[in-house]
Design a protein around this ligand. Sequence first.
Ligand code: COA
Length: 379
Amino acid sequence: MKMDSEGLNKDCLLIWSGPQSMELFSALEPMPLEFGGHLGPVNVAYETWGQLNDRGDNAILICHALTGNAHALGPDGWWTGIAGTGRAIDPQRHFIICSNILGSCYGTTGPASPDSCRGHPWQMEFPIISVRDLVRLQYEWVVRLGIRQLLMVIGGSLGGMQALEWAVMYPYMVMLAVPIACSARQSAWCIGLNEVGRRAIAADPAWHGGFYDKPPAIGLALARMIAMISYRSPASFQSRFGRDVQELAVDTLFTEAIGPLFKVESYLRYQGQKLVERFDAACYYRLTQALDSHDLLRGRGTLTDVLGAISIPVQMIGIRSDMLYPVTEQKEIAALAPRAHYTEIDSADGHDAFLIECEQMNKYLADFLQEIEESEDKQ
Ligand code: COA
């Protein structure tokens, strides 16, 4: 069903109305959740570009990261460096699909959506969800789109975890997985950082135990500022900001500050404030818990068993300066999954390089796709 911003707002309490091209899939049957209970009916907001071929096998699924959305392509899309006409992922050749993930606030059901029974937002009554729940819902939607097999599933960070879960949960549906800057299991380091973010949100007096009328803006901004540091690297901050100072730009959140700030302070405040304008605090809370739930091994066996059983080609991509998901984590997967390879992005920009170093990634992806498409043609 085509959705306009009016339709979207009826289904979900949104802080972003979405482009006209957004469409909606509804899973009417309540979906079982990994950690217990059921959720449903559930809406999935998504976008597509290009055409599905007659064989139903030219589809590429893009999985977004923590605060991303389905709008990957187009003039204001978030991954136009690798996806778009003339890029490695090309709507002239591929049927490109991207959905907003379960638990988010860009049209898909999440804590900011009204609970259909009570009519007001779920907020912290929204259940704890896992990466596997996100992928199970995506699978239902992908099947409904008529896709026989995905040519590629790709994503960075939380998007990369989804790509890995696709490789484990639905290998027969995926020809190639490209997980970027992620791990087989969320590390203690990442869980610790996410927990500090959640505590910052919960410490905001507006939070009210997760049932708020006014967004806990300071808490969410602090959570984002902490996360933003982890998304870059010391070298990147030093070269961009050094010890430069600048006059305080318009700042409606941290109004107690007067006078010049270090440039890096101004940057972090700006990024914190920007997230508050576009994201919901309970969604952030639940999605960071989903990130922390990520563990390919849970209920499945040892690292060697689980990775050794991945039967499809996997192209792991790491970022040399990533402090959040160090390259050892992607190399570990590439070493143990039988058809996996490792490629490294050379960047000082840390974890965020998967959104920045698009020329490098575009080249690698073009090669990966050519290889998989040629092997398909031979079959
Ligand atoms: N004071 C205030 N604002 C500043 C600033 C300063 N000293 N320096 C830069 N900015 C602002 C710029 O004006 C610009 O604003 P705009 O986005 O409204 O145009 C913004 O910061 C640019 O951000 P920057 O990080 O410098 O851009 P980049 O090109 O290095 O990186 C992105 C691009 C998309 C990666 C980045 O903008 C972003 O969104 N990072 C967060 C990504 C994220 O969520 N990562 C996922 C990890 S899971």
